[in-house]
Design a binder for this molecule. Structure first.
Ligand code: TA6
Length: 336
């Protein structure tokens, strides 16, 4: 089955329902979302779906074939410029964190992206996958706060098994010969049943910077990361493996995050005090979310004019019940 790019649909609206011959029901729909914001819905044949807002180039929903929502979006998310949508997968660029003159996590998540109708050849496997290509370029306004020119191409792909892949390509298009450096994260909010029943596998024994202790460096001691200590967790794990598992015991579900070009991983849960302090976050919502973020933070990426960086994350789910030993985390890591 041929892959389906949104522009093929746009040209022939009659194809919105199914996009190729036979029983293929790949589906790429352009429609309005909350507050009339432009969004795109990707669907695949078994019924999984993804929702992307052009505001922020942000995934705000990822549902499995049973229609279960796998990402967390706060019930208090504003969906109003200039604030970033609280939840889904915000894109942190050209900065992760808050230092210097840029706003926290950079400006990419606060800008309107466009549909990229004619991207250069993109080396991703899109056969029988619904996907959308978005693009964000420098604006003259932004050049005043970050004096560089760039093209940020983002491909969001929904695979036949419901896996969600985000591929970023960032090119330095400066004409003044200047390089630029940036840090980056896919700030993914996973929906979990109960944070105190969640474990993260794959980050044990690694060093991390603790954002709650002045970014001091520590080494993770536990054999998995768990969250019952009643305090916020905000850690930037360094030089992490390409695969990380997030086990939701109650739902008997494991998220598997695979990444490429993103050496670090941020783990964040605000817990109760911070939850109460965020106006676009419910006081109890910390119990039902966990951010695990494929990132590049410790060592910024430096691009010369004309150079391009690529960073990819793929998230999927597998059934699991580690207490009964059915899920051997090692098996998760062994399987490709
Ligand atoms: O990714 C963790 C973090 O850097 C935390 O420090 C917390 O600030 C979180 O991001 C949310 O940041 P935001 O700017 O979206 O409120």
């Amino acid at each position: 089955m041929d892959s389906v790019r949104s522009k093929d649909i746009q040209k022939d609206r009659s194809m919105d329902r199914s996009t190729s011959s036979g029983d293929d029901k790949l589906f790429v729909e352009h429609c309005k979302g909350v507050n009339g914001l432009e969004r795109v819905i990707l669907r695949e044949v078994r019924g999984a779906s993804v929702e992307v807002y052009l505001y922020g180039g942000q995934v705000t929903s990822w549902k499995n074939e049973y229609g279960e929502e796998l990402l967390f979006v706060s019930s208090k998310a504003t969906f109003k410029l200039p604030k970033a949508i609280r939840g889904g997968i915000p894109i942190c660029f050209p900065q992760f964190g808050s230092h210097g003159s840029l706003e926290q996590h950079g400006f990419a998540r606060n800008r309107m992206w466009s549909i990229d109708d004619d991207p250069p050849p993109f080396p991703t496997n899109t056969s029988n996958r619904a996907f959308i290509d978005l693009i964000l370029k420098h604006s003259e306004e932004d050049v005043k706060i970050w004096p560089h020119r760039y093209e940020f191409r983002l491909r969001i792909t929904l695979g036949p098994g419901g896996d969600l892949m985000l591929t970023s390509r960032i090119r330095n298009t400066n004409t003044d010969g200047k390089s630029f450096a940036f840090t980056f994260a896919y700030h993914t909010y996973f929906a979990v049943s109960d944070i105190s029943e969640v474990r993260v596998e794959g980050l044990e024994t690694l060093d991390y910077l603790d954002n709650l202790k002045g970014k001091e460096r520590f080494t993770e001691q536990g054999d998995a990361i768990t969250f019952e200590s009643e305090v916020s967790v905000d850690k930037i794990y360094l030089s992490t493996p390409t695969k990380i598992a997030i086990l939701d015991h109650e739902r008997k579900r494991t998220f598997v995050l695979r990444k490429d070009g993103l050496p670090d991983a941020v783990v964040w849960n605000p817990w109760d005090k911070k939850a109460k302090a965020m106006t676009d976050f419910g006081d109890e919502e910390y119990k039902h979310m966990l951010c695990v973020e494929a990132a590049c933070v410790e060592k910024p990426i430096v691009l010369k004019p004309g150079e391009e960086w690529r960073g990819r994350q793929e998230i999927s789910t597998v059934p699991s019940s580690y207490c009964s030993g059915q899920l051997d985390p090692k098996k998760v890591f062994q399987s490709d």
